[in-house]
Design a protein around this ligand. Sequence first.
Ligand code: SF4
Length: 234
Amino acid sequence: MTATRTAEELQALAERASGELAEATTDEAIRWAVEQFGDDLIVASNMQDAVLVDIVTKVKSDIDVLFLETGYHFAETLGVRDAVATIYPDVRIVNAQAEQSVAEQDAEYGPKLHDRDPNQCCHLRKVVPLQNTLAGYSCWITGVRRVDAPTRANTPIVTWDDRNGLVKVNPIAAWTDDEFNGYIDEHGILQNPLVHEGYLSIGCAPCTAKVAPGADPRSGRWAGKSKTECGLHA
Ligand code: SF4
């Protein structure tokens, strides 16, 4: 079970597991993470759906779930977050917030920073709060999948997250869209209602658009803003 380990020990553990668990199933990867870290892990969710929360809680029900509360979310997304807390009562939602409110950010940087400099806006409202929250854990579990984007095509099951200084586990990295949607249908998993309105990749409201039928789901993120990643999974 978990014990306090140095960053060097965690990195060595992650690098060893990266090879040993390269072909691990989702269940094997999650069981390894829970066995290694116990309560010292957190599961990230953007509240587009509860797939990751569902599969991890089947192994450990009382997990911490990280939600980046940027202040710019759709009401539907906040509704999913609240519903997750009800459906999975042992889960603890950790709302990671920026140092400044949206109003304070507007006062310092001017309004609609997301339109003028989305990289800075994401840095202030996502990257820094993520780093601050992850500093309290030894492992985070994400729902990143290789099919999400070309930049994610080589996503490993287990890796060392050098920027944030902890182990990163991506248990559904190998899932196809059919497997993902099949899991939702088969298990009746909670999903953001905006998905059914054509929002196939949901982030902050000012940076999320409907996706044209047949188009890449991530084409709805930062449309027209020369940006495709928020920088969380660099
Ligand atoms: Fe700002 Fe848009 Fe990034 Fe949200 S997704 S933090 S609104 S730039």
